[in-house]
Design a protein around this ligand. Structure first.
Ligand code: ARG
Length: 466
């Protein structure tokens, strides 16, 4: 046999692939990170082979010990990955076989096609759980900031034009809601990742009596009642990457949410808004302009959403023309998936840290929120309470806005007489609608930024995130 001929080529091929074919097709440079899950899957597969009588107890012990030894070496950084062995699966199997004769039996009833699908699902399950923890921590950071600044009022915007006043807490809790939906989607995605492809072989299962249910249970592929969850079609099992697409889609939406949060923070950190100060440690300076303090963490959060969206599109494009079943194209799924996982985990973590080191600039917020135009709608509501149809009230208040603008005054600086002149229903108490604190107390509809409602939501999230 030729020296170091990759496992998959022994027998059929006269020699190894051309040097640049090997370099072109290797995946070990990125799929090595699946090693822990590859070994976990191999140990479970070996245990199942012993159970059905295809390995002796002795052989199983040798295989498990050999795999543990390899794991320890990888962990310690002492394992030598070989590009000519193509991927993580063959590197580990070849090294195991070199050490333990029974290594040659490990691949019984198994193909790299079901193996790689298994490894990715095992790996992604762990990553989804870890990401969920990061997103929860970001929710907490938002709620903590909202609580620290609970009495701060800012203008709420539509079209990036001042619209109506809101508590800063209400604005921040909007992101907590978005992230809650992201977590729900992660949870649902987990359910579809959590299905076992092992035993489906290359595409058509096996003639050997593998116990798929037993090994699925061993690997934790079970429903909430402990019943094993198996891919039900061997061809689907090895060619399906829906679970990766789905994760990348959930990640893309999460990244978009983070990007929108980041955009708010960038605006708020500008001198023009000045609603928020981000601690120095989470900003950077300029190499030229000494006065600059740039919100780079927020900007990169916004920027990195682009690649996460790109990864989703790349995966969809990768899959769309593939005939059944496994095609080598599928190897291209890993870097996109890994990149989405790494990027959203890092941005989520950094956003949380940045928010924990941010505070509201109360003076600037108060000055912006004091703009009486924010309460023009409240004045229309006042007229509605006096029996005026809303469309008419909208028109009357619009006229007052124009009058104030023409005379260079603020809406609340018009005189009671001017109001009366426009419509007798604008009584002497009409100007009281411009009391900001009271205006916020009047907002009592569920979901609104009223003082009571916001306190209720804050308490609710504190309870849910405890
Ligand atoms: N490195 C391959 C991948 O990531 C593993 C599966 C290879 N299977 C095969 N039949 N060549 O997709």
């Amino acid at each position: 046999m030729k020296k170091s001929s990759p496992v998959s080529r022994s027998g059929r091929f006269a020699g190894g692939p051309a040097a640049d074919v090997a370099a072109f097709s290797e995946s070990i440079s990125f799929d090595w990170r699946l090693w822990r899950h590859d070994i976990r899957g191999s140990k479970a597969h070996a245990a199942m082979l012993q159970r059905i009588g295809l390995l002796t107890r002795q052989e199983l012990q040798e295989l498990l010990a050999g795999l543990d030894q390899i794991a320890a070496e990888i962990e310690a950084g002492r394992f030598r990955w070989k590009a000519e062995l193509e991927d993580v699966h063959m590197n580990i199997e070849a090294e195991l076989t070199r050490r333990v004769a029974a290594g040659a039996k490990l691949h019984t009833g198994r193909s790299r096609n079901d193996q790689v699908a298994l490894d990715m699902r095992l790996w992604l399950r762990d990553e989804i759980r870890a990401l969920d923890g990061e997103v929860q921590s970001l929710q907490r950071a938002l709620v903590e900031l909202a609580r620290r600044e609970e009495d701060v009022i800012i203008p709420g915007y539509t079209h990036l034009q001042r619209a109506q006043p809101v508590y800063l807490a209400h604005h921040l809790l909007a992101y907590v809601e978005m992230l809650a939906r992201d977590r729900e989607r992660l949870d649902q995605c987990f359910d579809r990742v959590n299905v076992c492809p092992l035993g489906c072989g290359a595409l058509a299962g096996t003639t050997l009596p593998l116990d798929r249910e037993w090994v699925a249970r061993l690997l934790g592929f079970v429903d909430e009642r402990g019943r094993p969850r198996l891919c039900q079609n061997s061809m689907d099992a090895v060619s399906d990457r829906d679970f990766a697409v789905e994760f990348c889609s959930v990640a893309a939406l999460l990244a978009v949410h983070l990007s929108r949060l980041a955009e708010d923070l960038v605006l708020w950190a500008s001198a023009e808004f000045n609603f928020l100060s981000i601690a120095d440690a989470y900003t950077t300076g300029s190499s030229l302009m000494p006065q600059k303090k740039n919100p780079d963490v927020a900007e990169l959060t916004r920027g990195k959403s682009g690649r996460v969206i790109g990864n989703l599109v790349a995966l969809l494009a990768l899959l769309k023309g593939l005939p059944m079943t496994y095609n080598r194209d599928l190897q291209e799924d890993k870097e996109r998936l890994f990149d989405s996982v790494d990027t959203v985990r890092a941005t989520t973590r950094l956003c949380a840290a940045m928010l924990r080191h941010s505070r509201a600039n109360r003076k600037a917020c108060a000055a912006a929120a004091a703009d009486p135009a924010l309460l023009a709608t409240d004045l229309a509501d006042y007229l509605v309470r006096k029996g005026m149809p809303f469309r008419q009230a909208h028109h009357v208040v619009g006229q007052l806005v124009a009058l104030a603008e023409q005379s260079g005054r603020k809406l609340n600086q018009l005189t009671p007489a001017e109001l009366q002149a426009l419509d007798p229903r604008l009584g002497p108490d009409a100007l009281e609608v411009f009391d900001l604190k009271r205006a916020l107390l009047r907002r009592q509809v569920p979901g609104s930024p009223g003082a009571k409602q916001v306190q209720r939501q804050l308490a609710r999230w504190e309870r849910l995130l405890k």
